[in-house]
Design a protein around this ligand. Structure first.
Ligand code: SF4
Ligand code: SF4
Length: 108
């Protein structure tokens, strides 16, 4: 699932610089995430970096856009040509929220 920002967003801007993929931008009313650029931080972090800094925790999985870990890693590789990433079977709790037992969005 790509991450999306709900209307609880208070427009603080904290999330935007944290995204490793430049997927977050200021929208007309609230900040928005481009799902074509969001990898749920797979390949970079063990949690969604936006949600980790969001004061109102409104960066949550979008149930309408479901992607598995392999798809998200492939997206990261495509978005960052020349950058090295772990192979899918080498991802761990620091580079994939799918492997993180303390995943911040668990239960949502
Ligand atoms: S989950 Fe990660 S990749 Fe997706 S918008 Fe948030 S910070 Fe960016
Ligand atoms: S950190 Fe949260 S409240 Fe702040 S702009 Fe991003 S989504 Fe909105």
């Amino acid at each position: 699932m790509a991450t999306h920002i709900t209307d609880e967003c208070i427009n603080c801007g904290a999330c935007e610089p944290e995204c490793p993929n430049g997927a977050i931008a200021e929208g007309d009313e609230i900040f928005v995430i481009d799902p074509s650029l969001c990898t749920e931080c797979v390949g970079f972090h063990g949690d969604e970096a936006c949600q980790a800094v969001c004061p109102v925790e409104c960066c949550i999985p979008n149930p309408d856009i479901r992607e598995d870990e392999g798809q998200l890693l492939a997206k990261a590789v495509k978005l960052h040509p020349g950058q090295s990433f772990p192979a899918e079977d080498e991802l761990d709790e620091t580079t994939s929220r799918f492997r993180n037992p303390d995943w911040v969005n668990e239960g949502r």
